[in-house]
Design a protein around this ligand. Structure first.
Ligand code: GAL
Length: 673
């Protein structure tokens, strides 16, 4: 059994992607000296170095990597060793031009960047297995080796290839999944627009068509592409498990970045020994720390609640957004510890030393171009010291209050063309529901719609358009057994083949919600509707309305205007020992909070403590004790009420009754008892 913690790492992980191949060797000595100064415990090495390790076909040069690993080991730094399969060398592509991926409109990418890979290509698969085998044979017993880092961020920058090799591979996948062409015709509804196939060999990837193509085919292609990439991960992992037994294998995910929605991380989470994640702040004007918390919660959930590791984030600005602001003083540590609060066993960065050349030279790093007499470096050193003190939390698990349902397949399906409104965005709903719970200071686990939900008093379903019958039954029995459910509009509409469930909307949720929906009636841009509710309360909705017919549910808020005036807008259904709420329009965070407040009361869910906005309190607990993290994102000092005594680990001070958290700071209390 491979370990699920980095081998030989006795502290929290702190370090970054280390690319010594970009620097002369004398800089390496300076690097390890600085790593020690900063308290670096682990670095990721070799991720992009295939062309250096195998400069010509079958010609290997491991000398430089031997020296790098030796130097790191001598200095007590553990190594997360990359398999460099995200960038095959140019000689490989010249011999296998068909390994370059093709877009849906037939454009073949060129060598010269990274991640240009057709994952179905047999030449690529063989070459990747070979370089992985060589590395494993050479380094399996290296004393610095802590874990294996396969590839890099599968799914980016190319999430699917549409070449002829993939076409054949897709047909094989269809054969395995469906058996016969009749079954494919049935699943895809090819009676529509005369798309019927007579033989599986007639089927191609969903390449560019004159107008909208078959949605079920497009959905299956996303499943196929995800499964294909996973096959390649598994192949490398199995080589590593065989030749390097006991050493954990990971690949870095990007769980909550909407730029990377192509991997079904529920499935991926089961394949890795340690879940690791990369997270970058998206500067789109929203509160970046909320997206950070969401990413961390989702990553922990993908890890089944077990500790995971933040493998990449940035010390300051990135370089790939339209505008790349620096992080504010203190923000890097706050970001890092916010991930740790939510289950990360450390904080790692892209990258150690800022590059002078190449596409990422304006991306921040632990050692900036300006060297060590810089704010960033001083903050890096401080963070290293803080993480050192927090080592005792290793192995504890974050404690969650509520669950949000999340499914990549549903997300893929909702992204397909020709839906009732292009203003409805499933991801936006997930973000807003999450943010509302965050603002109630509730810690969220994400869960698959078919997962056991009995541990959660409150379960929220943001907009899960695709839902299987099994998921519908699951939610029904969850409520019958005493759970409280809150469901957004446009949930439970289609099955796994994007076919509308039989009967009235919302198919598999009709019974649990105690209603039917006769019609959707999306609003035009800028249009809003008023909702009248209990005690004279008035809410506003936009984007979406529906003609809801209660069939057992009571109406709590009613549409006051628009086409649906006088009809139910928000309903509540008492079923068995629980209740199910339905929200049929798009409510902003504040309005949604009015609904969630009532649902939380049904569920008996109260926040941990009464807190100001943007002050996070999260708990990690385990055999080694219970730790309370308080993260203050505000510009003022925060007082966090505590009904326990304890010791604050970063200052060493005893705490009783109330914890003071300075502006922008983090405090971690080891609770007594
Ligand atoms: C990540 C990637 C790194 C680096 C980083 C920059 O997605 O894994 O190699 O490119 O982004 O933010």
């Amino acid at each position: 059994m491979p370990d699920s913690t980095p081998r030989g790492l006795t502290r929290l992980a702190f370090g970054g992607d280390y690319n010594p191949e970009q620097w002369p060797e004398d800089v390496w000595h300076e690097d390890v000296r600085l790593m020690r100064e900063a308290g670096v415990t682990m670095v990721s090495v070799g991720i992009f170095s295939w062309a250096l390790l195998e400069p010509a076909p079958g010609v290997y040069d491991f000398g430089w990597l031997d020296r790098v690993l030796g130097l790191l080991h001598e200095n007590g730094i553990r190594v997360d060793l990359g398999t460099p399969t995200v960038v095959p060398p140019v000689w490989f592509y010249r011999a296998h031009p068909e390994a370059l991926p093709v877009t849906a409109d037939g454009t073949r990418y060129e060598f010269g960047s990274r991640g240009a890979i057709c994952h179905s290509n047999p030449g690529y698969r063989a070459a990747a297995a070979d370089i992985t085998t060589r590395l494993a044979e050479r380094y399996a017993d290296h004393p610095a080796l802590a874990m294996w880092h396969v590839h890099n961020e599968y799914g980016l920058p190319v999430s699917a290839c549409y070449c002829d090799t993939c076409a054949g591979h897709f047909r094989d996948w269809l054969r395995t999944t469906y058996g016969t062409v009749e079954a494919v015709n049935e699943a895809w509804g090819t009676a529509f627009w005369g798309q019927r196939y007579g033989d599986l060999d007639e089927i191609n990837p969903p390449r560019t068509t004159p107008t909208v193509g078959n949605p079920a085919q497009a959905l299956d292609y996303r499943r196929f592409a995800d499964a294909t990439v996973r096959e390649n991960f598994r192949a490398e992992r199995d080589v590593l498990h065989r030749l390097s037994p006991g050493v954990p294998v990971t690949t870095n995910f990007m769980t909550a970045l909407s730029q990377c929605d192509s991997m079904d991380y529920w499935a991926w989470g089961r394949e890795v020994d340690i879940v690791t994640n990369d997270h970058y702040l998206i500067t789109d004007g929203r509160r970046t720390h909320v997206n950070l918390a969401m990413a961390a919660d989702l990553t922990r959930s993908v890890a089944g609640g077990a500790p995971w590791l933040l493998l990449e984030h940035s010390t300051s600005g990135v370089n790939w957004q339209q505008r790349n602001p620096a992080k504010a003083p203190g923000q890097m540590a706050r970001n890092s510890l916010a991930h740790v609060a939510r289950g990360s066993e450390g904080a790692m960065f892209f990258q150690w030393r800022q590059s002078r050349r190449g596409a990422e030279k304006f991306h921040s790093a632990m050692v900036p171009h300006g060297g060590t007499d810089t704010r960033v470096w001083r903050e890096v050193v401080e963070l290293g010291a803080a993480l050192d003190v927090l080592a005792p939390i290793r192995g504890t698990r974050t404690v969650a209050d509520v669950a949000v349902l999340w499914d990549w397949h549903s997300w893929w399906a909702q992204g397909l063309d020709w839906r009732p409104s292009e203003d409805h965005d499933a991801r936006e709903r997930a973000d807003t529901f999450y943010e509302t719970l965050y603002d109630r200071h509730l810690t969220v686990d994400f869960a698959h719609p078919e997962a056991d939900l009995s541990a959660y008093p409150l379960v929220v379903v943001p907009a899960l358009y695709l839902m299987t019958k099994t998921a519908g039954d699951n939610l029904r029995s969850y409520v019958e057994q005493g759970g409280t459910l809150v469901v957004s509009y446009f949930s439970g509409i289609v099955d796994e083949h994007d076919a509308v469930h039989e009967g009235a909307y919302p198919g598999v949720l009709r019974d649990v919600l105690g209603l039917t929906v006769e019609e959707f009636s999306p609003l035009l841009p800028g249009e809003r509707v008023r909702l009248n509710g209990p005690d004279g309360s008035e809410l506003n909705g936009d984007v979406w309305t529906e003609f809801v017919v209660p069939r057992g549910a009571e109406t709590v808020w009613t549409y006051a205007d628009g086409l649906t005036a006088g009809r139910p807008a928000v309903t509540r259904h008492a079923l068995g020992r629980g209740t199910a709420w339905y929200v049929s329009t798009r409510l902003d965070g504040e309005a949604l909070d009015a609904v969630l407040g009532r649902a939380a009361a049904d569920a008996g869910v109260a926040p941990l403590v009464e807190l100001p906005r943007d002050v996070e309190v999260v708990r990690r607990a385990g055999e080694q004790g219970s730790y309370l993290f308080a993260v203050n994102h505000t510009a003022g000092e925060a007082k966090v009420p505590l009904d326990a005594t304890g010791t604050e680990l970063l200052t060493g001070e005893p705490v009783e009754g109330r914890l003071t958290v300075p502006a922008g700071a983090v405090r971690v209390v080891r609770l007594d008892g």
